[in-house]
Write a protein that binds this ligand. Structure first.
Ligand SMILES: *Cc1c(COP(=O)(O)O)cnc(C)c1O
Length: 375
């Protein structure tokens, strides 16, 4: 059996262990310490915009805190892009609120501004104005930032930017992770950089960062004894994990370059194949190409190809199944145009890691070519 080729696996720089060792040597084995502060500063300088970064245990916890800080609570509604990973929507339910799903458009596969406005108007008419909008830069492709922000400000609803898959992507020259009232990053094992598990909340104000850190460290009031006037969470990133993050920051740009070159390689390899199409970058959009995705001509071609790759020990995965199709969200309102359903039927994510070798990429391409010769 050929060795397994993964969709997206961790890729260390070699610098991580020295930061982790430093944490051990200085006994900062805690959810605070120099690595946490320095990792936050590294992220802040990378993002460039005026923003404040809190390193947390996961992207999901960052989303949860952003909703808490926006005052989302029981009985509220929060709009969420339907085509996303479930972690974008779950924190809405943690708050006792209801997700309202909005479909995608074809240029970026992300939240459709037209459906968004239809949804907002309809929810307001029904007497429950949405408390927030969670928009996602899926697979690293920025959403239509200007259009979404314009609608959000027209109705005065804050945007939570889910940038879990898009660190290193830019829109009109500015970094993804800086466009929301709050933005979130993820450093889970499969993301463009990883701390094994981790995330960050990016806030526009220092005050909000401080509130997030307060809530993330059990909401301990200032007193010599343990004193609590609010419910807290254990959501802070540990100083060990932040050391991995500092090492990863040194190679983030090269990981982006490699993922983009993987994508280029697939585009060039399949340009003669009229059954395979790719999502192009619109003018002004720069995707980190976290995952290289293809669209096939039908669901049966997509499934046939996925199984053929599996036989060759190559991991691939259908594009994320939209939230409005998930059994757990079957009762949530949704505003649909058919785009995310079609993308789910026809789309496949190919191996995309920054550690893929030329030989592995060749194996993927030849397995796909063989499938199309024999199918
Ligand atoms: C990975 C991911 C998250 C969650 O991040 P974790 O760090 O795994 O909690 C949220 N949204 C999207 C779109 C993701 O891909």
């Amino acid at each position: 059996m050929n060795e397994k080729i993964w969709l997206s696996s961790p890729h260390m720089s070699g610098n991580e262990q020295s930061y982790v060792k430093e944490a051990f040597d200085t006994n900062w084995v805690a959810p605070l310490g120099p690595n946490v502060n320095n990792f936050e500063n590294d992220l802040k300088s990378y993002l460039k915009e005026d923003c404040h970064v809190a390193a947390l245990a996961s992207g999901t916890s960052a989303l949860h805190l952003s909703l808490i800080l926006l005052g989302v609570s029981h009985g509220d509604e929060v709009i969420c892009q339907s085509k996303t990973f479930s972690a974008s929507a779950n924190p809405i339910v943690y708050q006792g609120a209801t997700p309202v799903f909005v479909d995608s458009e074809r240029d970026t596969w992300n939240m459709c501004p037209i459906q968004l406005e239809i949804a907002i108007k309809d929810r307001i008419e029904k007497g429950n104005k949405p408390k927030a909008i969670i928009a996602v830069h899926l697979y690293g492709m920025p959403y239509k930032v200007t259009e979404i922000n314009d609608i959000a400000s027209k109705y005065n609803i804050p945007v939570v930017e889910d940038s879990a898959e898009s660190l290193g992507s830019t829109y009109k020259g500015k970094n993804c992770g800086t466009f929301g009232e709050f933005s979130i990053l993820s450093f889970n094992g499969n993301k463009i950089i990883t701390t094994s598990g981790g995330g960050a909340l990016v806030s526009k104000t220092l005050e909000n960062k401080q509130k997030a850190v307060f809530l993330a460290t059990q909401a301990r009031d200032n007193a010599p004894h343990y004193l609590h006037s609010q419910i807290g969470y254990n959501y802070r990133m540990s100083n060990i994990v932040a050391g991995i993050g500092r090492g990863q920051m040194t190679i983030l740009d090269s990981h982006v370059a490699k993922r983009r070159s993987n994508h280029e390689f697939y585009v060039n390899s399949f340009k003669e194949n009229d059954k395979i199409t790719f999502l192009k970058e619109p003018e002004g959009y720069f995707s980190n190409r976290w995952l290289s995705c293809i669209l096939l001509d039908s669901e049966s071609t997509r499934e046939g190809l996925r199984l053929a790759l599996e036989k060759e020990n190559i991991e691939s995965r259908p594009l994320w199944k939209p939230m409005h199709q998930q059994p757990v969200f079957k009762d949530s309102p949704s505003y649909l145009n058919g785009v995310s359903d079609e993308l789910f039927e026809k789309g496949l994510c190919l191996p995309s890691g920054s550690n893929l070798t030329d030989a592995e990429l060749d194996r993927v391409v030849s397995a796909i070519n063989t499938y199309f010769v024999t199918c």
